[in-house]
Design a protein around this ligand. Structure first.
Ligand code: HEM
Length: 495
């Protein structure tokens, strides 16, 4: 009864299609949408009033998803509307389509796969853990302080992202937990973009013109991005000039993303212009947006789920203990990079637990596309040109017809194959890192960072959820926890 009432009472005819993603993230609604999707063979069409010509389709059917994101990829773009909503990120890869996207994709792939970047990412993550997070935890555990792990992980990932992207450390994770202007600008931008999805377009456009409300904050965030990125870019160009005469410092051992972009080989990427500060500014903000909150969201949900599933935590600890390269090595660290990588590769159960976390709580909760030409999907549904396709990733992970009757249960074992390895699931079913040519470029970096963080924390601390603390999702562009994740810490061995 409840399902029917709340679902049908929703104004599906409201002529503001942009609001749909926000609806899809509202948990009361999403539960209803999940059951409607199950009843409608995983796909349904929605229509706006005739005068709006706005309509589209919601699907969690893996065959449709494969068609949209892979086999008929060139027909499904993000489209001009997406770019308008996310305009503060400029011409970065998230907003780009067609030829510009291809250039950005190829160059970003080269930079992220570069050994120098991977080394930097690994060394920054380990040193942030050893030098900042663990000492901080030690202090919190001694004082019995209640810690919001969501805040801690957001700060940790902001600092790691910024160092690997620009070479500068904002030190937002420290005992003072300072408010950092640059980080705050990302929060304000995210809030305003979400708001754009919720209120009618003419309203936010009016607010933007008049400099009011969230639009005012978004404009200010854009100016903060411009100002701070200009500083980083200037410093990096200076650094490059001063080292050019000595010898090549960037010998491949360790290189941040901004340096690599300043040095891009333009003969390979003709639409990109590394001498243009705007190109570099858009690259910096896009990559911070891509890496910071997605990874911290997954870590937060992971520890949230562990607090309710002590048997999973015990199994992860056991796996870590069994595979440690040298007994006690993690206490001493840092390990040689190769050993560390091999060690992490052996943590199959932990990998499964992280995947299982993101299946239930995908950091990016929905995907949307717009077809250039009309098309017929494998399910038989017709989709018009310039309409909208929405794929609620959060709902996809909970569909019983896709994942089985136990779809709502947290079961890392689901990811373990008969031979003890990681079970492969097609990305059209496990869409957490997207699928097809636009698959997330940071997947391996994120998985490595998350495993490293989890190992360090579980090796050294016991974490206890504060009594009565409620764990609930919060509808945002990234799936946060509404009330944070409030815990206390006890040093292992000292309890
Ligand atoms: C748990 C962590 C992460 C998750 C769940 C995640 C998820 C995703 C998803 C769903 C997309 C597609 C978004 C869209 O279609 O608009 C995406 C794209 C992307 N991600 Fe990630 N991401 C994560 C971490 C990272 C990190 C750490 C980086 C960078 C180091 C990164 C870089 C990118 C880039 C550059 C794209 C754009 C790809 C393209 O459009 O071709 N991601 N990611």
């Amino acid at each position: 009864m409840r399902i029917k009432k709340s679902f049908q009472s929703y104004p599906w005819n409201w002529p503001v299609l942009g609001m749909l993603p926000a609806v899809l993230m509202r948990l009361g609604q999403i539960d209803d949408i999940i059951s409607v999707l199950e009843k409608n063979n995983l796909t349904f069409i929605f229509r706006g009033p005739w005068f709006t010509r706005l309509h589209g389709l919601i699907t969690v059917d893996p065959a449709n998803i494969h068609h949209i994101l892979s086999s008929n990829f060139s027909n499904y773009i993000k489209g001009p509307k997406f770019k308008e909503y996310f305009d503060v990120f400029g011409e970065g890869i998230f907003n780009a389509d067609t030829e510009l996207w291809k250039n950005l994709r190829m160059s970003s792939q080269t930079v992220l796969n570069h050994q120098g970047f991977q080394n930097l990412s690994m060394s920054v993550t380990t040193s942030k853990l050893k030098d900042v997070l663990l000492p901080l935890f030690s202090r919190f555990s001694e004082d019995g302080t209640v810690v919001d792990l969501q805040d801690v992980f957001r700060r940790l990932m902001f600092d790691i992202s910024l160092v690997t992207i620009t070479g500068s450390d904002p030190q937002s994770l420290s005992i003072e937990m300072p408010e950092v202007e640059f980080a705050k600008a990302f929060d304000n931008a995210g809030e305003a973009i979400l708001f754009r999805h919720i209120i009618p377009r003419f309203l936010w456009e009016l607010q933007k013109r008049m400099g009011l409300g969230k639009e005012k904050k978004l404009t200010e965030a854009g100016s903060t991005f411009d100002r701070i990125c200009t500083r980083y870019i200037f410093a990096k160009r200076e650094e490059k000039r001063s080292t050019e005469n000595d010898h090549d410092h960037s010998n491949g051992e360790s290189e941040d993303l901004l340096t690599s972009h300043i040095k891009l080989d333009t003969s390979k990427y003709q639409l990109l212009n590394p001498s243009d500060d705007k190109f570099l500014r858009d690259t910096i903000v896009t990559f911070i947006f891509a890496g910071r909150d997605s990874t911290s969201s997954a870590l937060t949900w992971f520890f949230g789920l562990l607090s309710r599933n002590p048997h999973v935590e015990a199994k992860i600890r056991q796996e870590i203990k069994k595979n440690l390269p040298i007994a006690g090595a993690s206490q001493e660290g840092p390990w040689p990079a190769i050993d560390h990588k091999e060690f992490l590769n052996k943590l199959v159960y932990l990998h499964g637990a992280l995947y299982e976390t993101m299946r239930l709580y995908p950091p990016v909760p929905f995907e949307r596309k717009s077809p250039i030409k009309s098309d017929v999907l494998p399910s038989g549904h017709k989709i018009d040109a310039n309409s909208h396709v929405i794929i609620p990733i959060y709902a996809l992970g909970r569909m019983r017809s896709v994942w089985g009757q136990d779809a709502w249960e947290f079961k890392p074992e689901r990811w373990i194959s008969e031979t003890g390895g990681l079970r492969h699931e097609p990305s059209s079913k496990f869409l957490v890192f997207n699928s097809g040519p636009r698959t997330c470029l940071g997947k391996h970096i994120a998985m490595t960072a998350m495993k490293t963080v989890v190992v360090e924390i579980l090796q050294n601390y016991n974490i206890k959820l504060v009594k009565g603390h409620k764990i609930e999702p919060k509808p945002r562009l990234i799936l946060h926890m509404k009330h944070g994740l409030r815990v206390t810490l006890t040093k292992r061995g000292s309890a």
